[in-house]
Design a protein around this ligand. Structure first.
Ligand code: ADP
Ligand code: DAR
Length: 344
């Protein structure tokens, strides 16, 4: 058990180093969840990677209550969501006001909306055993292969997949990259690639990642800017899967995920969008993004750079807002960014 308060560099700006006080460390350092998950494990990613933005991961739903003195202020700082708040879901695509904002196809390359989900009463990725992870792969892949119609598809385990097929799926933005150093230090890459894989339908507009950062990442995506069509497909996919799989969920935090940034809806709705002029006007770009609660990412996922003036624009809020609001945030941000790009 590591009993010494971690040392953080002076320029550490993670929420971990902001909220882990010696008093909180002393109060939590000897506690373990029923799955044996410790404070040391929960903070290891942020200790090993002082450039983390958050720096903590939950090993099970219980982590969010047992380590609440640390997780609660981090959740409040990231989501603006307090201990006494409750999360409400609203996933009806009929209530999304989002006519295609780019029918000419001049700006939006593609649209992707994903939710994270984890199986109820099973430890999350940082604390799961190899046997439990393999059982999740088996249960979820079987549930997916029973889907019909437009959701019909095939499961491809990562183990045994050729490097060429893997590289092609990653470069085409369909498959997750191998776990990065943040996930490594959180214990999320253990036994890689065993128990991991990807399910997708014929035209790769409906995909499910199994046992990456969460046990499921349910994804709807297609070329162009028909955001409502992508959201509608995701709604039907999630509704079909939850008929046979029970997800980890709480009244207070919504859908439970390993990283606190994904709690609540666990939804990230994004477009890959051409904004070359705004890209040269960072201050204005970031001001519009902030005003519309959207995040700017590179086009190969988190911690990547933009290429050719193309950016990944997605909702930042996930907890304390509904699924419809997440997509509305992204949509309204995209409309404002296109207008700004046109004005430059
Ligand atoms: P996540 O969204 O699952 O949290 P990332 O930001 O790492 O994770 O993105 C995962 C993959 O999805 C990356 O390959 C990224 O390029 C791809 N991606 C994200 N948004 C879009 C989009 N709108 N169109 C196409 N690919 C996308
Ligand atoms: N890299 C970690 C996680 C940040 C949020 N992104 C996730 N969960 N993929 C950090 O603390 O920076």
């Amino acid at each position: 058990m590591n009993h010494t308060f971690p040392s953080f560099p002076k320029d550490c700006h993670s929420l971990l180093c902001r909220y882990l006080t010696p008093e909180i460390f002393d109060a939590l350092k000897d506690k373990k969840t029923s799955n044996g998950y410790t404070l040391h494990q929960a903070i290891n990613s942020g200790v090993q990677n002082p450039d983390s933005s958050i720096g903590v991961y939950a090993g099970d739903a219980e982590s969010y209550t047992l380590f609440a003195p640390l997780f609660d202020p981090i959740i409040e700082a990231y989501h603006g969501f307090c201990r006494s708040d409750t999360h409400h879901s609203h996933f009806n695509p009929d209530d999304l006001k989002a006519p295609n904002p780019d029918t000419s196809g001049d700006y939006i390359v593609s649209t992707r909306i994903r939710v994270g989900r984890n199986i109820a009463d099973v430890p999350l990725g940082p604390a799961i055993s190899k046997e439990q992870r393999n059982a999740v792969e088996s249960q979820v892949s079987q549930a997916l292969e029973s889907l019909e119609g437009a959701l019909r598809g095939t499961y491809y385990p990562l183990q045994g997949m050729s490097s060429a097929d893997k590289a092609q799926l990653v470069s085409d933005h369909f498959l997750f990259k191998a776990g990065d150093r943040f996930l490594e230090a959180a214990g999320l890459n253990r036994d890689w690639p065993e128990g991991r894989g990807i399910f997708h339908n014929e035209d790769k507009t409906f995909l499910v990642w199994i046992n990456e950062e969460d046990q499921l990442r349910i994804i709807s995506m297609q070329s162009g800017g028909d955001i409502k069509a992508v959201f509608t497909r995701l709604f039907h996919a999630v509704s079909a899967i939850e008929k046979s799989v029970t997800f980890s969920h709480s009244k207070h935090l919504g859908y439970i995920t390993s990283c606190p940034t994904n709690l609540g809806t666990a939804m990230r709705a994004s477009v890959h969008i051409k904004l070359p002029k705004l890209g040269q006007n960072k201050e204005r770009f970031e001001a519009i993004a902030k005003a519309h609660h959207v995040q700017i990412r590179g086009i190969h996922g988190e911690h990547s750079e933009s290429e050719g003036g193309i950016y990944d624009i997605s909702n930042r809020r996930r907890l304390g807002v509904s699924e419809v609001q997440c997509v509305q945030d992204m949509y309204d941000g995209v409309v404002a960014l296109i207008a700004a790009e046109q004005s430059l």
